[in-house]
Design a protein around this ligand. Structure first.
Ligand SMILES: Cc1ncc(C[n+]2csc(CCOP(=O)(O)OP(=O)(O)O)c2C)c(N)n1
Length: 437
């Protein structure tokens, strides 16, 4: 039954996306990623779909010099443009803040790794999509270290690390993943809708490319009110293909809106290597024609990300408008879920659109290990202090799982809460129309 259900879900998803007008590349990415054969796809969306799969995965287009495994060209780190005084900029922060960054990076890693183990063990109540950002922790934490608490962020579907780095609550996050009433969205949203406006977190988002205008809108509001707040739009290399990206950066430049566009370039667009989706070497090259700062940084180095963000934040608060930051990084797991991975072990292997060699190479550039080394080399923390922090995080993560497990399931009646149907007049109309009143 499980396999049959999965096939139906894939087909339904593709059908829905086809109906919603998703582009050929997006559909092809889905088809490829979900392992749907072209014959199945043909039945779902017609001949155009089959063609688009073929084009997106093996036809001309994209950047033909790119192939799976080519991210190794970005290694060693010297190949990535570096920022001279990045390390000094980070070191100027107080020790308490630097250790808080370490706590949050550990929490990103341990929370998602724990969820992975629970998913793999078939934990009751855990289902739905889960996009792990393990391996990418330096970008959210470098960015957030340069923001104030009341600044805004608009996250992606791969946003757990954004939430934790901006101060999201582990208990409420775990409870939401378990679909419990005590979760951030009262158990009705799951991973991709977690939002915490009290912390400026405008939410994770299942709509790829939605962050641009959410962040630009929040930043425009701040600009009009003169509050000095800035907003950050996180997005992936795949999302950079959206036409909304160009128009948002253009509009923000035109109106000097204090928004920062942060590309988390992990080279992977669902089941497609960046080879097929990005026509240039760097995403930050797309908008170079606009007279705004573009920073390309080693996205596995918190110091580099922090320094670039600090410059972008200062630039925005001074009334100069947007910046683009591209962090070069790599996700250790599959697009969604945990195929190719094992309980208690890091990374996912034998995934068709990347090579195990490159996964291992990127894992050897682990942003957390590197940050721990930096803290010790600078004499900011001892190994013992860092071990204690990691142990404290483990306790907090375990406690969040216990909190989630002990939570109540939402009632079916609560399904209409906060919707028009919860307003009596609207609800009556709704039920009348269906002959249910
Ligand atoms: C508008 C829209 N199109 C397609 C999808 C399906 N989809 C979900 S994630 C994803 C890939 C996004 O890739 P990228 O932006 O590189 O981010 P990453 O997953 O690598 O973090 C796609 C195509 C979607 N959710 N929304």
């Amino acid at each position: 039954m499980a396999e049959e259900a999965r096939v139906i879900n894939r087909r339904t998803l593709l059908k829905m996306m086809g109906a919603a007008g998703a582009s050929g590349t997006v559909l092809a990415a889905c088809g490829e990623s979900f392992g749907v054969s072209t014959a199945q796809a043909e039945g779902v969306t017609g001949a155009g779909f089959e063609k688009s799969i073929a084009l997106a995965t093996s036809g001309p287009g994209g950047n033909p010099s790119w192939q799976p495994g080519d991210t190794l060209k970005f290694l060693p780190p010297e190949a990535i443009p570096t920022r001279g005084r990045a390390s000094d900029a980070l070191a100027s922060l107080p020790k308490e803040k630097l250790l808080d960054i370490y706590w949050k990076m550990q929490a990103n890693r341990q929370w998602e790794s724990t969820m992975k183990d629970l998913f793999l063990a078939g934990e009751d109540g855990l289902y739905g999509l889960f996009h792990a950002a393990v391996g990418e922790e330096a970008i959210p934490n470098g960015v957030m270290a340069a923001l104030n608490e009341d600044d805004y962020i608009a996250c992606t579907h791969r946003g757990h690390a954004h939430l934790i780095a901006k101060g999201g609550d582990l208990n409420r996050m775990s409870a939401e993943i378990f679909f419990k009433e005590s979760g951030y969205n009262k158990g009705y949203g799951g991973s991709m809708h977690i939002t915490d406006m009290s912390k400026g977190i405008m939410g994770m988002n299942g709509i790829v490319g939605a962050s641009y205008y959410m962040a630009a809108g929040a930043a425009l509001r701040a600009m009009v009110r003169g509050t000095q707040q800035v907003a950050v739009a996180f997005f992936g290399d795949g999302a950079s293909a959206s036409p909304y990206y160009f128009s948002a950066v253009r509009s923000a430049t035109n109106q000097k809106i204090p928004v920062i566009f942060v590309a988390e370039n992990n080279f992977q667009y669902m089941g497609l290597p960046m080879a097929r989706t990005v026509p240039t070497k760097y995403i930050a090259e797309y908008t170079k024609g606009l007279d705004i700062p573009h920073h390309i940084v080693d996205g596995n180095d918190v110091a580099a990300v922090y320094a670039a963000t600090k410059e972008a934040v200062d630039w925005a608060r001074a009334g100069n408008g947007p910046s683009v930051i591209e962090g070069i990084t790599f996700r250790w797991y599959d697009h969604s879920g945990f195929s190719g991975s094992r309980s208690g072990e890091d990374g996912a292997f034998r995934i068709p659109y990347r090579t195990d060699e490159e996964v291992r190479a990127w894992m050897s550039r682990d942003p957390i290990t590197r940050y721990a080394g930096w803290l010790q080399a600078k004499g900011i923390a001892t190994e013992e202090e860092l071990t204690t922090i990691a142990a404290n995080v483990k306790e907090a993560v375990d406690a969040s799982v216990a909190f989630a497990r002990s939570g109540k399931d939402p009632t079916p009646e609560a399904g209409v809460l906060n919707t028009y149907a919860s307003q009596p007049a609207v609800a009556t109309q709704f039920y009348n129309r269906r002959g249910l009143a």
